[in-house]
Write a new protein. Structure first.
Length: 396
C-alpha cells in the first residue's frame, strides 16, 4: 500500500510539473520578416511601372513573385531579369531605374523621413539605365557594384557590372565615383580591410556629363584570399591590397551606342498617384481573399493601365527614332556607323548602285531612312532591288 501511495504521489507530482511547464518554458523566437507597406511614411516607394519578358522578384520575407506592374520593393528585396526581359522601377515618385536583361539587382536600403530619402542599390551583375530626378540636400542615392561606389545627386547614367569590371557612363548631370571592396571581403572582419575601405571611399572622382569611367582589379584571386583571411600576414597579399587601395579612376570621353541612348530615352515614369493605384490593384489581385467578380474587375483595371503604359512606351520609341532622323549623329565612316548602330545594311538598288549604312527607320512600304557615311538618305522602296540586313555587325 505504501508503494502504491508513493506511485500516486509521484504521478500527481509529474502531472503538476507538466501543467507548469508550458508557463515556465522559454518562448522560442520565430523568424518573421514583416513586409513593409508601401503606405508606410518611413518607406521609400519603389514600384514596377513597366515590365517585359520574364523577371523574378525575391522578397526579404522569403516570398517570390513575377515582376509585373504594381509589384513593389522593400529593403532587402532583389530582382533578377532573364535574357528576354527588362523592368522599369520608379523610386520615390520621380526617379526611375531600368534593369536590362540578364541582370541581378538588390535594394539594400529604401527609407525616407520628412527631410531625407535613402536608396542604396546594389547591381550584382548586368546593366541598369537610370534617370534620377534632382535630389534634396539630405537625400542619399547610392549605387554599388562589386568594385565601385557611385553617389548620385540627380543625373542620367548607365552602370554595368560584368565579370570583375564596373563601368559608369554619365549622360546628364554628374556622379561621384569611388573604388569599392566586395561585400564578402568587408564582412570578413579583417580590421585592415576596414581601413582600406575607408580609404577607398575617401578617394572620390567626380564624373561630369559626357564622361565615363571603369574599375577593373587586375587580380580577383587576391581579393578572394583577403576575404578569407582574418589577419593580413602575407606580404604579397598586403602589397596587392595596398595597390587596390590606390586605384585611380580614369575618365574617358563618353562612348555610347544607339541602343543605350534609346533605353535611357524610353524609360517609363508615371504619376505618383498612378503608381499607388497599380500597387493597390496588384495587392488585391494577389491577396487571395477577393471573389471572382472582384478579381475580374481589378484585372480589367490593371490591364487598362498596362495598355496605357505600353502606349507610352511606343510613343517614346517613336519620338526617339524621329530624333535620330532629324538630328543624326556625325558618323563619318562605316566603322563609326557599325559601332553606334551595332550593325549595317547593304541596299542594292535597281539601277545597280549600292548604298551601305544602317537603316534607322522604315516608313511603311514606301521609303527607308538610311544613315550612311555621307549622312542621312531617304530611299523610295520602288528603287530598291534587295536589302541585305545585318550585312555587318558590331563585335561589341
Amino acid at each position: 500500500m505504501q508503494t502504491m501511495g508513493k506511485k500516486i504521489v509521484y504521478y500527481s507530482l509529474f502531472i503538476s510539473i507538466l501543467g507548469i511547464l508550458p508557463f515556465c518554458k522559454k518562448p522560442v523566437d520565430k523568424i518573421k520578416i514583416q513586409k513593409q507597406s508601401h503606405k508606410d511614411k518611413n518607406h521609400l516607394s519603389a514600384v514596377v511601372v513597366f515590365s517585359t519578358g520574364d523577371a523574378k522578384i525575391s522578397h526579404a520575407d522569403l516570398t517570390e513573385e513575377r515582376a509585373k506592374i504594381g509589384a513593389y520593393f522593400q529593403s532587402g528585396d532583389t530582382i533578377a531579369t532573364e535574357s528576354n526581359s527588362k523592368v522599369d522601377i520608379q523610386i520615390g515618385g520621380e526617379s526611375v531605374v531600368r534593369i536590362a536583361p540578364n541582370s541581378h539587382l538588390s535594394f539594400t536600403t529604401l527609407r525616407k523621413t520628412k527631410t531625407s530619402a535613402t536608396a542604396i542599390i546594389t547591381l550584382d551583375s548586368g546593366k541598369i539605365y537610370a534617370n534620377i530626378d534632382k535630389l534634396r540636400t539630405n537625400d542619399n542615392y547610392t549605387f554599388l557594384t562589386p568594385f565601385s561606389f557611385a553617389k548620385i545627386k540627380g543625373t542620367s547614367f548607365i552602370i554595368e557590372s560584368k565579370d570583375t569590371k564596373s563601368t559608369i557612363k554619365v549622360v546628364e548631370g554628374e556622379v561621384t565615383f569611388s573604388p569599392y571592396l566586395p561585400k564578402r571581403i568587408i564582412d570578413s572582419g579583417n580590421p585592415y580591410i576596414t581601413k582600406i575601405q575607408e580609404k577607398l571611399l575617401a578617394t572620390q572622382t567626380l564624373i561630369p556629363k559626357g564622361k565615363q569611367a571603369s574599375l577593373q582589379p587586375n587580380d580577383d584571386i587576391f581579393l578572394q584570399e583577403a576575404g578569407k583571411t582574418q589577419e593580413v600576414q602575407n606580404a604579397a597579399l598586403l602589397k596587392k591590397l595596398k595597390q587596390f587601395s590606390q586605384i585611380q579612376v580614369m575618365l574617358k570621353p563618353l562612348d555610347i551606342i544607339k541602343k543605350e541612348e534609346q533605353e535611357l530615352s524610353t524609360i517609363i515614369k508615371i504619376e505618383p498617384t498612378k503608381s499607388y493605384q497599380i500597387i493597390d490593384l496588384n495587392e488585391k489581385l494577389s491577396s487571395g481573399i477577393i471573389d471572382e467578380s472582384q478579381a475580374e474587375k481589378y484585372e480589367k483595371e490593371r490591364k487598362q493601365i498596362e495598355t496605357e503604359i505600353s502606349k507610352m512606351q511606343e510613343v517614346k520609341k517613336s519620338k526617339f527614332n524621329d530624333t535620330i532622323v532629324a538630328n543624326p549623329k556625325s558618323l563619318k565612316s562605316k566603322q563609326e556607323i557599325i559601332k553606334y548602330y551595332e550593325r549595317m545594311e547593304k541596299i542594292i538598288l535597281k539601277s545597280g548602285r549600292i548604298e551601305i549604312g544602317a537603316i534607322i527607320d522604315q516608313l511603311g512600304t514606301s521609303k527607308i531612312v538610311v544613315h550612311t557615311e555621307n549622312g542621312i538618305k531617304r530611299i523610295p522602296m520602288e528603287f530598291v532591288k534587295e536589302i541585305i540586313y545585318d550585312f555587318k555587325a558590331s563585335s561589341r
